[in-house]
Design a protein around this ligand. Structure first.
Ligand code: ATP
Ligand code: LTN
Length: 332
């Protein structure tokens, strides 16, 4: 069975964008792949987080992984910091990544271009840690939203170079998998921007733990256009297109079929339909979320996941350290 790996960095509450672009897909893949999904808590602190808020977000993220349908029997779920090998291989990867490569990463460049101050070395080198996250487990596929594709491509470049230098059996070269529908859910109040938990505008972003009625309201007040026609047209009608994508991703109905069914409807009526779908999705997830939080089983699930992950990661790290020449003890 091919191995698949992904992670989420809960620097805030998880959003509908995270669900559609990431979580929901992890769930559908877990039957066909050996799935590894972790919470990238080291990546979270590349930008300062209030400790108490971060703790809550991390715990909520685990509960939401489970509420979305990830099953610990099928998917290895753990916290990144519970497997020390991530940071260790991250350093080795940093020693095998060129400054020029990191300088080309658009996520960092965008932050710099916006004139953000206080950008940390951790944020700059974060793609090296992400490469380690993936290569440590010899993942064949990495399902991510579009914004993360460049980081997986860098991981491939680093792996290919490393294999060339130290031997082809060092790392499996992973492939990014970007879903077609919902790869980039846009903000509801500004459909030219990604729906993002780090944007400080609650109107444009639906959180998975929002009151479902409030989420429905956000859909109903989404910015659209004055063309008055339900069309899938990301350039001229990004707001309506975004709503069509949301409905399609959540119901599984084809984009063409949604457009055909709604072609004579007004925007208000269409928004009500999408709002109902979103409200139901959130209600279902939140009911399961509550059960999981109340069950008190999160610590146990994380410990089991970390044990499974450590087995793979420690073997791999030793092998790489030997290849690089820093491990001198005999193989046990
Ligand atoms: P931020 O929102 O703070 O910029 P992020 O949501 O991209 O960060 P993560 O939480 O780690 O960061 O993202 C987890 C996954 O969710 C990634 O694969 C990412 O591409 C995907 N994702 C995030 N936002 C969206 C979105 N609006 N549409 C589709 N996928 C998304
Ligand atoms: N960088 C990703 C989260 C992330 C990840 C990974 C995704 C960390 N390690 C490994 C896939 C594979 C983000 O910010 N969304």
């Amino acid at each position: 069975m091919k191995r698949m790996l992904s992670a989420i960095k809960p620097t805030g509450q998880l959003t509908l964008g995270n669900y559609i672009g990431a979580l929901k897909n992890f769930v559908s893949y877990q039957d066909d792949y050996e799935m590894i999904c972790f919470i990238a808590n080291l990546h979270c602190i590349t930008v300062y987080q209030k400790p108490e808020e971060l703790k809550k977000n991390l715990k909520d993220a685990v509960a939401l992984y489970l509420a979305a349908g990830l099953e610990p029997d099928k998917t290895t779920i753990f916290l990144q910091t519970d497997v020390l090998e991530h940071a260790q291989l991250g350093y080795i990867m940093a020693c095998n990544t060129y400054l020029g490569e990191l300088n080309r990463m658009t996520q960092f460049k965008d932050k710099q271009a916006k004139g953000e101050t206080g950008l940390t070395a951790g944020l700059y080198t974060y793609p090296c840690l992400m490469a380690a996250d993936i290569l440590l487990y010899d993942a064949d596929y990495v399902p991510v939203g579009e914004d993360q594709k460049q980081h997986v491509e860098l991981t491939r470049d680093v792996a290919i170079r490393f294999n060339h230098k130290y031997g082809d059996d060092s790392f499996v070269v992973p492939e990014p998998l970007v879903t077609k529908v919902g790869k980039r859910i846009m903000s509801l109040d500004d459909p030219s921007r990604k729906m993002s938990k780090s944007e400080h505008n609650d109107k444009g972003c639906i959180y998975l733990l929002d009151d479902p009625k409030l989420a429905a309201k956000k859909i109903k007040s989404a910015v659209t256009d004055s063309l008055g026609k339900i069309n899938y047209d990301p350039i001229n009608q990004p707001g309506i297109t975004n709503l069509i994508e949301i409905e399609s991703a959540l119901t599984g109905e084809d984009i063409d079929s949604i457009v055909a069914r709604n072609k004579d409807k007004g925007y208000g009526e269409f928004k009500t339909e999408v709002a109902e779908v979103v409200e139901k999705t959130l209600s279902d997830i939140q009911a399961r979320y509550k059960e999981i939080i109340d069950s008190g089983k999160i610590d146990e699930i994380l410990e089991e996941g970390a044990m499974k992950a450590r087995k793979i990661a420690s073997k791999k790290l030793k092998k790489i350290e030997r290849k690089v020449g820093i491990e001198i003890k005999k193989r046990k």
